[in-house]
Design a protein around this ligand. Structure first.
Ligand code: 13P
Length: 264
C-alpha cells in the first residue's frame, strides 16, 4: 500500500467550445464530488478556463502550458499570474504533443516547472519515449535524460520546500506518457507501465532522496480507458492517470475516475 493520494486529470487538449465545456461540467463535477480519497482535475484550453474555474470549484483546474517569465513578448503563452488571477491551480508541462509540435525541450520544461512551483501552483511534468526509442531498447535512457535535464533546469535545490505545505498534494506531479500509447488505443500493459514508473521513482530516489521519491505522484497517460484503468491503477507505482480521449465524455470520465478511486 502507498500513502500517495491518486490524481486523475482529464486532458481535453484542443477540444470543446465554452458551451460544450460547461455542459460537460454540469454532469461531471457533481458526479465526482463525492469522491474524497482522490484528486480530480481537468486541463482545458486557456480560453475556456475563465468561464469554468469559479463556476465549477469541485475539481482542480489546469492549463495545458504556462510560461516561466512574469510577462513580456511571448506571443501565445500564458503566465503564472494570469493563471492565479483566473483561479487555475496549475498546468501541464511538456506534454509530448508540445515536445513534438511546439519545440518544447527538457530545459524549457524545467523552467516552466520552476515558475509554477515558485508561484505556489501545481505542475504536471510529462515524460515518455517514442515507439522508435522503445523498439531500440532506449526507453530508460530517454526517461533519464528527460528527468535529469528537466530537473536540472528548474534550478531548485530544496525540493521539500518547493513542493508546498500540503503533504498529500505535492505541487509537482510526474506523468509517464509513452508517445506510442497516446491516442493510439494501444495502452502500455500494466507491467510495462509499472516498470517505467518504478524506473522513474528510482531515478527520483537517487537524485532527490527517498523522502521526495516516495511523496511524488507519478500518473500514467496513454489510452487509459474504463477497460484498463483497474489493472493500471492496481500497480504500486502508478498514482493516477492523465487521460485524453476518454476524458471527453462526462459520464464515461466520471465512471473512469470512480473506478480509479475504488482502487486508491
Ligand atoms: P489518450 O488518453 O487520448 O491516449 O491521451 C493521453 C494524453 O495525451 C493525456 O495527456
Amino acid at each position: 500500500m502507498t500513502s500517495r493520494r491518486k490524481i486523475f486529470v482529464g486532458n481535453w487538449k484542443m477540444n470543446k467550445t465554452p458551451q460544450e465545456a460547461q455542459a460537460f461540467c454540469e454532469t461531471f463535477v457533481p458526479a465526482v464530488n463525492g469522491l474524497n480519497n482522490v484528486d480530480v482535475g481537468l486541463a482545458a484550453s486557456a480560453l475556456l478556463l475563465p468561464g469554468l474555474t469559479t463556476r465549477f470549484r469541485g475539481v482542480q483546474w489546469f492549463a495545458q502550458n504556462c510560461h516561466w517569465a512574469a510577462s513580456g513578448a511571448f506571443t501565445g503563452e500564458v503566465s503564472t499570474s494570469m493563471l492565479k488571477a483566473t483561479d487555475v491551480g496549475g498546468s501541464l508541462v511538456a506534454h509530448s504533443e508540445r515536445r513534438q509540435m511546439c519545440g518544447e525541450t527538457n530545459a524549457s520544461a524545467g523552467q516552466r516547472v520552476a515558475a509554477l512551483l515558485g508561484a505556489g501552483l501545481q505542475a504536471i511534468l510529462c515524460v515518455g519515449e517514442t515507439l522508435a526509442e522503445r523498439d531500440a531498447g532506449r526507453w530508460q535512457d530517454v526517461l533519464r535524460t528527460q528527468l535529469s535535464e528537466g530537473f536540472a533546469a528548474t534550478g531548485i535545490k530544496h525540493w521539500s520546500a518547493a513542493l508546498g505545505s500540503d503533504p498529500s498534494r505535492p505541487l509537482l506531479t510526474l506523468a509517464y506518457e509513452p508517445v506510442w500509447a497516446i491516442g493510439t488505443g494501444r495502452a502500455a500493459t500494466s507491467a510495462q507501465a509499472q516498470e517505467a514508473h518504478a524506473f522513474i521513482r528510482s531515478w527520483l530516489k537517487e537524485s532527490l532522496g527517498s523522502d521526495i521519491a516516495h511523496r511524488l505522484r507519478i500518473q500514467y497517460g496513454g489510452s487509459v480507458t474504463l477497460q484498463n484503468v483497474d489493472e493500471l491503477m492496481g500497480m504500486p507505482d502508478i498514482d493516477g492517470a492523465l487521460v485524453g480521449g476518454a476524458s471527453l465524455k462526462a459520464d464515461d470520465f466520471a465512471q473512469l475516475v470512480a473506478r480509479g478511486a475504488r482502487i486508491a
